[in-house]
Design a protein around this ligand. Structure first.
Ligand code: ATP
Length: 301
């Protein structure tokens, strides 16, 4: 869906994007993570052909960008740098205008497509109200609605939840999951680990312009081969598991070995009370910190 090869953008002395090779596959919800200023927006703009790369290549839906934009872009819905809309016009009128300006499809189906989109983004009730009366979350959903007018195969979204409250963030997340379930591939940039962890199937991490990690979330969060046990009887557990305990933090023990059932049986047979037990998995935060740490020699943002 999106494939970049050694994509690079230099602004004078600043290397904003440095040799980035992204691979976004059909069916992914791809989270493009990075601290502020790490080069996410510049990368997204190059993908869409809005900024010319200094070197490297972008393939968007199999088309070389920016040359193949005429073929690729009609199948892509994009939201970059927040939604732009005329405040005095209604949400519906704004969508009609964008559609007429070529963002959408044929005129014959316009009313139906706009109704559809307003319904999808949860603005059907307020579609006739002027946009200046909309909350930030409603405006953001209208921006997403505009990106959906073309019934895109791929959505490219730059920080789609920026500035939204938790409720607004949840609404956007649910909408994206719904669109994904209907077959849309989603590529979104974010600086919020939790957002990406809850929503995405694949993650790319940008650190000062360089891609330091790209992997399926399920692989990153696969069991580590250790088991976590919570017990108030840690002294007894320690005596029993002699040498297998790698780490203790209060009642929490990290034990070498992935066989949770065997461990549970062993502990319970010896009268050790177990309050919680399961395979250890790394959080996305731990993975990202480790990746940015290796890349920069210091703890990442
Ligand atoms: P944010 O989340 O803050 O938008 P980002 O990860 O999207 O950050 P970019 O906006 O891509 O990062 O910026 C990456 C680097 O390139 C920054 O150092 C920025 O100052 C620089 N930069 C971006 N656009 C330009 C430009 N038009 N001219 C000069 N420098 C630029």
């Amino acid at each position: 869906m999106i494939r970049t090869t050694a994509l690079t953008k230099r602004y004078g002395a600043i290397l904003a994007v440095d040799g980035v090779s992204l691979d976004v596959r059909a069916g992914d919800i791809y989270g493009f993570l990075g601290a502020n200023g790490s080069g996410k927006t510049t990368t997204v703009r190059m993908i869409l052909g809005l900024v010319l790369a200094t070197s490297g290549e972008v393939q968007l839906l199999g088309q070389q960008m920016p040359k193949g934009g005429r073929t690729a872009l009609p199948q892509v819905g994009a939201l970059v740098e927040g939604p732009a809309a005329y405040g005095h016009l209604s949400g519906r009128a704004n969508l009609a205008l964008l559609d007429a300006m070529g963002q959408g499809g044929v005129r014959r189906t316009r009313t139906r497509r706009i109704d559809d989109v307003l319904e999808q983004v949860g603005l059907a009730e307020v579609g006739r109200r002027p946009v200046k009366a909309y909350s930030l979350g409603m405006r953001q959903r209208l921006g997403l609605g505009a990106a959906l007018l073309r019934q895109p195969r791929l959505l490219v979204l730059d920080e789609p939840t920026n500035g939204l409250d938790p409720q607004g963030i949840r609404e956007i997340r649910e909408l994206l999951l719904h669109l994904h379930a209907r077959g849309t591939t989603v590529f979104l940039s974010s600086h919020l680990l939790a957002e990406v962890e809850q929503l995405c199937t694949r993650v790319g991490v940008l650190d000062r312009g360089r891609l330091v990690l790209q992997e399926d979330l399920a692989n990153l969060q696969a069991p580590t081969g250790r088991t976590v046990v919570h017990t108030p009887d840690h002294d007894r557990a320690r005596a029993l598991l002699d040498g297998r305990i790698e780490h203790r933090d209060g009642d929490r023990l990290v034990i070498r070995g992935a066989d949770a059932a065997e461990l549970n049986a062993l502990l319970v047979a010896d009268g050790v009370r177990v309050t919680e037990l399961g395979p250890e998995r790394r959080t996305l935060e731990q993975v990202v910190l480790a990746a940015t740490d290796t890349a920069t020699g210091q703890v990442g943002a």
